[in-house]
Ligand binder design. Structure first.
Ligand code: S3P
Length: 172
């Protein structure tokens, strides 16, 4: 049918929901952040600190190209969780369309801020700045890219079973 790709801002729960979806549907899971860390042999924080954001963004594009190649070589559906900034590059949005169905986990900024307050340490895009201000401005910059990339938008509500909702909405 089609691979399921989860996009959304940091803290929207992409990785958790993707892991649950992959379990429910019995499909292999790919997490682009984890893939990039594995290939680089270092954490995302270390990549940002040592090589800079642009180098990380290039690694993201390369990661999507490798996923596309993998799909050509070994066809079959997968569940793919993206880093929060992945859909910003137009080239990445075009690659995503070739790879599968993009599901945008859309959340109110307040919900994201509440979740991110507990764990900003590991996210270079949020470090050292006023968290609420940063979330509002970055989300404002990215919203259009998320919407452009999305085939399906899921407006998140706290406490719901998001993986189950996606499964039902996509009849999988
Ligand atoms: C980023 C989000 C992170 C990770 C990197 C950059 C971003 O992924 O890719 O720190 O620019 O929004 P998560 O959305 O999984 O936190």
């Amino acid at each position: 049918m089609s691979s399921l790709i989860l996009e959304g801002f940091m803290g929207s729960g992409k990785s958790t929901v993707a892991a649950r979806l992959s379990e429910k549907l019995g499909l292999p899971l790919i997490d682009t952040d984890a893939e990039i860390e594995r290939r680089a042999g270092k954490t995302i924080s270390a990549i940002f600190a040592e090589e800079g954001e642009e180098a990380f963004r290039d690694m993201e594009t390369e990661c999507l190209k490798q996923i596309r190649r993998l799909q050509e070589k070994e066809p079959g559906d997968r569940v793919i969780s993206l880093g929060g900034g992945m859909p910003v590059r137009e080239e990445n949005r075009a690659l995503l369309k070739e790879i599968g169905t993009v599901i945008y986990l859309k959340a109110e900024p307040e919900l994201l801020i509440r979740r991110l307050e507990k764990e900003t340490g590991s996210r270079p895009m949020l470090s050292g700045k006023d968290l609420a201000e940063r979330v509002h401005s970055l989300l404002g910059e990215r919203e259009e890219a998320y919407r452009e990339a999305a085939d399906v938008v899921i407006l998140l509500e706290e406490g719901e079973d998001v993986a189950e909702r996606i499964r039902k909405e996509l009849r999988r």
